[in-house]
Design a protein. Structure first.
Length: 92
């Protein structure tokens, strides 16, 4: 089955073209196919994170395996450090 394609012209800097060539050789595909794969991969990553900043925060917390318990521990540690700094005469 034929795949519909659109011919387009883009201006790429020399380093980007060299990188595209290296990727295409490594994957043993054409420049066009390497570019299609790179665009799809970028789109998938973008969709995983989402457009909402809270989605990005949720993704970050998931990647850190941040649980309510570890978050509380971190908060307590930071508060203790701040109190110690204030007692040392280094307050803002």
């Amino acid at each position: 089955m034929a795949t519909a394609t659109v011919k387009s012209t883009y201006s790429l800097d020399l380093e980007t073209v060299r990188t595209l060539d290296r990727i295409a050789r490594r994957w043993n595909v054409s420049r066009s196919e390497a570019l299609r794969r790179a665009i799809r991969a970028a789109a998938e990553r973008d969709e995983e994170i989402g457009r909402d900043p809270l989605d990005a925060l949720d993704a970050l917390q998931r990647s850190l395996a941040l649980t309510p318990s570890t978050a509380r521990g971190w908060t307590e540690e930071v508060r203790a450090e701040r109190r110690a700094t204030r007692r040392g005469g280094k307050s803002r």
